[in-house]
Design a protein around this ligand. Structure first.
Ligand SMILES: C[S@@+](CC[C@H](N)C(=O)[O-])C[C@H]1O[C@@H](n2cnc3c(N)ncnc32)[C@H](O)[C@@H]1O
Length: 311
């Protein structure tokens, strides 16, 4: 074991030692002692190689801890929230009204005075929002509840409301959207008003629903898709048909599909747009395919839409 060097004498003490040596001995002896002392003190004050520590700017990579390196990769595929038993379809609207809006319909007294002048009577824009897939699936599934994950101005939601009405179905459509759009979306919607940084997306969506006379069949949850889907699962709000059309990067699509599938009723169908878009290296398609593979499900295509039927 390496021996600890004796403690270094304080600075003033070191000086006195040297003066004493010079006074006490003859010149050659003094010089010799002085040389020895200098060497000795220099050795003591030199930085020890064992005391070297990385500085705060050190770029030494931090090694993974035993716990994190041992975590199974499959953790990424685990969405552990447990849903309660589904409430009756007839109770879906009231459940959302109670849980989200304290029992007061958001359509009451809409639009408020401070907003009405900022809205267009009707402003719809969607992407593939009236594709054949909607008609095909609604005819086949005849859903009592539809959940739409990603609504924007309501183009696809209102198209579905029209289709269900035409078939004589009393379908509730729940639209999940934080109504923030995406950074820069106003470049293409220059007429949309902004008040202190707040875009009028939710109000314009609501105005579109009012214009389409669909307030009895449409409700919305103005939150992030992940948190709203978890809450629906917690409240037992399930659907026979779920459309996923929010974030198109892999991780958003992956999370939305996994969370949405938990609240799909047995025999129901989950589907979504943009299977072929290039966003995030075809993120939607990668998420859909991986989900189907892990859950032993089959992906079908209908135009630009992917479709998965539940087991
Ligand atoms: C492509 S648009 C939906 C279009 C709509 N389905 C249609 O066809 O008319 C995507 C929407 O998803 C919403 N969105 C994206 N990521 C979201 C998230 N993490 N939480 C809530 N909404 C989100 C955006 O605000 C935007 O309105």
């Amino acid at each position: 074991m390496k021996q600890e060097p004796p403690p270094l004498p304080p600075q003033h003490h070191r000086k006195r030692l040297m003066v004493f040596a010079l006074k006490k001995f003859t010149k050659p002896t003094s010089y010799f002692i002085l040389l020895l002392l200098t060497y000795y003190l220099g050795y003591l004050s030199a930085p020890s190689s064992t005391s070297k520590k990385p500085t705060s700017t050190s770029r030494i990579p931090i090694r993974a801890t035993a716990t994190s390196s041992a975590a199974p990769v499959a953790d990424h595929n685990s969405f552990s929230i447990q849903c309660v038993d589904p409430v009756n379809s007839e109770k879906v609207r009231q459940t959302v009204l109670d849980r989200v809006f304290h029992g007061i319909s958001p359509w009451q007294n809409f639009p408020p005075a401070h907003v009405s002048t900022l809205l267009r009577q009707n402003r719809i824009k969607g992407w593939g929002s009236t594709g054949a897939v909607f008609d095909n699936l609604i005819r086949r599934v005849r859903p009592k509840t539809i959940i739409e994950v990603g609504t924007f101005l309501g183009a696809s939601a209102l198209h579905m409301a029209k289709l269900t009405r035409k078939l004589g179905l009393e379908t509730q459509i729940l639209c999940i959207d934080d109504f923030r759009g995406w950074p820069g979306f106003l470049d293409k919607f220059r007429e949309m008003k902004m008040v202190n940084g707040d875009v009028m997306l939710m109000y314009q969506f609501m105005q579109n629903v009012v214009y389409a006379n669909a307030t009895e069949s449409v409700l919305f949850l103005p939150f992030s898709t992940a948190s709203a889907l978890d809450k629906l699962c917690e409240w037992g709000v399930f659907a026979e048909l779920i459309e996923v059309d929010a974030g198109h990067d892999f991780h958003s699509a992956w999370t939305d599909i996994n969370k949405a599938y938990k609240i799909l009723r047995p025999g129901g169908v989950i589907f979504g747009h943009d299977y072929f878009t290039s966003a995030d290296n075809k993120g939607v398609r990668r998420a859909v395919n991986m989900f189907a593979r892990l859950n032993h499900l089959r992906v079908q295509l209908d135009g630009q839409h992917w479709v998965i039927e539940s087991n």
